[in-house]
Design a protein around this ligand. Structure first.
Ligand SMILES: Cc1cc2nc3c(=O)[nH]c(=O)nc-3n(C[C@H](O)[C@H](O)[C@H](O)COP(=O)(O)OP(=O)(O)OC[C@H]3O[C@@H](n4cnc5c(N)ncnc54)[C@H](O)[C@@H]3O)c2cc1C
Length: 461
């Protein structure tokens, strides 16, 4: 049977685009496990939507499960691969097909890397505002499939707010092409939204129309030290009002995390002393570098005089900006310090975050094996990440920590995943943030769009 499928795939897209044996095991299923050989039946490398469709027609006819590999940067085990699966890698769907300055759109194939998209937009004096630490590896297909968030959601929204059109291949090979550049389209259901954030379980994204914005003419940032969580929320409100729509980032880092991000092995030092329980990194994107800098400076002076903030360091040069953002973006330093690491990205209403984190950190340290807890997050979006280190690894321990973090969320109206998705790792906990009726509707959708359960089997639901 395997031979039959492989022969059919080779005939459909060419022998060179179907990797087998050693060519499969020289690959991996995640950028953090490059030393673990990929175990899959075959890896296929389509370079057009028609080829993806041909692959799916063959897989559908043979009941062959597939898993899509994008940039392999997800944090929820969603590219985990079984030995009987065919991997569809989108690395050769890597063309930017068009930048339309008039409609402020970019047409991209699924395998284009985020940083390439950002640079292309910049070259045309436009901005693709999505930004996060894995931008050098994450591909737009994977980003859309996970509805990634990141560092500027507060101002520009999640990925779903930045996608105008999509081309998708369904489980049976049908191509759904809805590549419109228009912002408003209420002609029936907004089908593209079904595929955004569904982690490759409903269809394979091959192309997208992305929404761009005019490039800002100024970018300013500051690291700010604060003495209480209450003041963090007050500062958010104060800056949001005072900056008249130019506030684009408001990242909160707890003291222990800030220390880990700014001391060896981190290559960057801290711009502030380690005296404060909370550190906030703000970003403004505006229209006049000097004036916007002065506005931010004046607001921070007022905040300091009013004892709202304790101390601030402003970025005065491009190299300061890179330094400040490197602190926030180089989270691998913090993650690397955590042995047997567990990652979280939960969402709760902003006013609840301070109390919740305090309580959870205390509870986590009561677990004898837990030795490191690093909280930080996109607090303006109500999104907090935890990185947890522990001296041992066991299923029981993982579950105990998961329950500690997830259990209070329902009552608080929160979510077990703000932006990373459910994938493989969080599937058991979906009911902590979704009702039985919601999960049942998800299952109905999955069944009607992928009746044989071939796409990313075992992920999400
Ligand atoms: C250092 C670091 C920082 C990060 N920061 C953030 C952050 O701030 N915000 C955030 O939201 N995420 C963040 N992430 C998580 C990750 O980068 C995102 O989830 C990203 O969107 C995944 O893109 P990818 O191309 O790597 O997808 P992959 O990991 O390859 O795949 C992710 C999922 O999408 C599916 N998929 C991939 N391509 C397609 C396609 N074309 N069609 C259908 N399904 C597809 C896969 O099967 C899988 O289920 C971070 C990760 C790292 C390592």
């Amino acid at each position: 049977m395997n031979e039959q499928i492989i022969n059919a795939l080779q005939r459909a897209i060419g022998v060179k685009k179907v990797l087998l044996g050693a060519d499969v095991s020289s690959r991996y299923e995640h950028i953090w496990t490059m030393d673990v050989p990929l175990n899959a039946m075959a890896v296929v490398l389509p370079s057009t939507t028609t080829e993806v469709s041909a692959i799916m027609k063959i897989c559908y006819a043979h009941d062959q499960p597939v898993v899509v590999h994008g940039g392999l940067t997800n944090l929820v085990g969603s590219t985990k691969t079984q030995s009987n699966e065919v991997v569809i890698s989108t690395e050769r769907l890597n063309q930017i097909e068009e930048v339309d300055a008039g409609s402020r759109t970019m047409v991209v194939q699924a395998g284009v890397i985020l940083e390439t998209i950002q640079q292309k937009a910049k070259d045309k004096e436009l901005l693709f505002p999505l930004n996060f630490g894995a931008k050098g590896s994450a591909q737009i297909g994977g980003i859309i499939s996970t509805n990634a968030g990141g560092l500027r959601v507060f101002r520009y929204g999640m990925t779903r707010n930045l996608v105008l059109g999509l081309e998708v291949v369904l489980a049976d090979g049908t191509i759904i092409s809805s590549m419109k550049k228009i912002i408003k389209d209420n002609s029936g259901y907004d089908l593209k939204q079904l595929f955004i954030g569904s982690e490759g379980t409903l269809g394979i994204i091959t192309k997208a129309v992305l929404k761009l914005v005019e490039a800002p003419k100024s970018r300013n940032s500051a690291w700010i030290g604060l003495t209480s969580y209450k003041k963090v929320i007050q500062l958010l409100k104060f800056l949001n009002k005072g900056l008249a729509g130019t506030l684009s980032g408001f990242e909160l880092v707890w003291q222990s995390t800030f220390k880990a991000l700014t001391s060896p092995p981190a290559s960057v030092k801290s711009p502030l002393p380690y005296d404060y329980p909370y550190y906030v990194l703000v970003e403004t994107l505006g229209s006049h570098q000097q004036k916007d800098l002065e506005t931010l400076q004046a607001l921070l002076e007022t905040a300091m005089n009013d004892k709202l903030i304790a101390e601030a360091a402003i970025a005065f040069t491009e190299s300061d900006l890179n330094w400040f953002w490197q602190i926030r973006e180089d989270v691998h330093v913090m993650i690397g310090a955590c042995q047997n690491n567990q990652q979280y990205d939960i969402s709760i209403p902003i006013p609840e975050i301070g109390k919740y984190v305090k309580k959870i950190v205390k509870k986590l340290f009561e677990i004898p094996e837990v030795n490191l807890v690093y909280p930080l997050g996109h607090v303006a979006d109500g999104n907090i990440h935890f990185s947890i280190g522990k001296t041992k690894q066991s299923k029981k321990l993982i579950h105990q920590i998961n329950k500690t973090i997830y259990k209070p969320l329902k009552k608080l109206g929160g979510s077990i995943s703000a932006e990373h998705g459910i994938g493989w790792d969080k599937k058991t906990y979906l009911s902590f943030s979704r009702s039985p009726e919601e999960i049942s509707l998800m299952k109905t959708l999955k069944k009607s769009m992928d009746p044989k359960g071939l796409l990313n089997k075992g992920k999400v639901i």
